[in-house]
Design a protein around this ligand. Structure first.
Ligand code: PEP
Ligand code: MN
Length: 337
């Protein structure tokens, strides 16, 4: 449940309230808006202690949250959350495009790709240094060396960086080199990892798992938020269905569904969602039309030589033309790129 406070609540009243909430075994989540202060009482069955707060002087009214995810729910926060990454606003009018190779490979190649995606209008460079591969014999990523290459590309181009952390131990180092920590589809329910990034101050890009319902996905976001990090960008990247003609089935339904249930921004990854280069452009357009806040697209100058996901990577020139087309779609739905 959350408590909307009366105007003029003092610091010491707020502190008293926080102690009261903690004393009852719950977590207090205080959000100070321009007009009012809202305090979330977070924990299981918080509603059972409703009476305690009902009689408090500073509490104006109490709103129960019916959903199992609390901080992530639209009931808790009506306005869309906008995540600020070095001045890039994700979740607002602008569609933010993240692009780059699946894996960080050679330094020069990464910088070349970074320059091209920037020219095309992407704002954030993606690239994995720690790779969650299905086979232990496939390329596992360059590790810290890859993170250093990403940092070099950032220095040259000014692009912000998103890259994946697969384990709790990797969180610290990924945090050091990146602007957004990516949690991959396979780790969406690695609850200890979610708690670890929940303690970070860096925004988190949380990918939906291949067999995760929207409700479970939002519960994973809640895990991160429960630790204090509310800067989460959700990413739909395709789920597993009976369909075999694409790598996964991109669940575009998830966009309006999540927009209704949550205030968090949601972006679409059509590269993993389809696994096929030719389908990336149509699904990118559809994603914007359906209301996504951004896209994550794999781009590689030599897809045939890529160490991972070459078949779904766009050539820079095709990415460039796609961005031109996406501008028109964005305009048509009242957004911009
Ligand atoms: C990726 O973005 O590089 C990746 C591995 O994606 P996913 O976790 O969605 O498979
Ligand atoms: Mn990939």
């Amino acid at each position: 449940m959350f408590l909307t406070l009366k105007k003029g609540a003092t610091k010491s009243q707020l502190e008293h309230l926080r102690k009261k909430i903690n004393g009852l075994g719950f977590r207090a989540h205080i959000s100070k808006g321009a007009k009012k202060i809202v305090v979330g009482v977070i924990g299981e069955n918080a509603i059972l202690v409703r009476d305690t707060f009902e009689s408090m002087e500073i509490v104006d009214f109490i709103t129960p949250i019916s959903k199992p995810y609390k901080l992530a729910s639209r009931e808790f926060k009506k306005e869309d959350t906008i995540i600020n990454v070095n001045g890039i606003k994700i979740g607002g009018k602008q569609i933010v495009v993240m692009a780059g190779p699946c894996s960080v490979e050679k330094k020069d190649l990464l910088i070349k790709i970074a320059r091209e995606i920037k020219k095309a209008g992407a704002r954030i460079l993606r690239g994995g240094a720690f790779k969650p591969r299905t086979s232990p014999y496939s390329f596992q990523g360059l590790g810290e060396k890859g993170l250093k290459y990403l940092a070099a590309a950032k220095k040259i181009t000014g692009l912000s960086i998103v890259t994946e952390a697969m384990t709790i131990e990797q969180v610290k180092i990924v945090e050091k080199y990146s602007d957004i920590i990516q949690i991959g589809a396979r780790n969406v329910q690695n609850f200890d990892l979610l708690k670890a990034v929940g303690k970070s101050r860096k925004p988190v890009l949380l990918k939906r798992g291949i067999a995760t319902t929207v409700k479970e996905f939002l519960m994973s976001a809640e895990y991160i938020m429960s630790q204090g990090n509310c800067n989460i960008i959700l990413c739909e990247r395709g789920i597993r269905t009976f369909e075999q003609s694409t790598r996964f089935t991109l669940d575009l339904n998830a966009v309006p569904v999540i927009k209704r249930l949550s205030h968090l921004p949601i972006i679409i990854d059509p590269s993993h969602g389809t696994g096929v280069r030719d389908y990336v452009a149509p699904l990118s357009k559809a994603a914007i039309a359906v209301g996504a806040d951004g896209l994550m697209i794999e781009v590689h100058s030599k897809p045939e030589e890529a160490l991972s996901d070459g078949p779904q990577s766009l050539l820079p020139k095709d990415f460039f033309s796609l961005m031109e087309e996406l501008k028109k779609v964005a305009y048509a739905v009242g957004r911009e790129i």
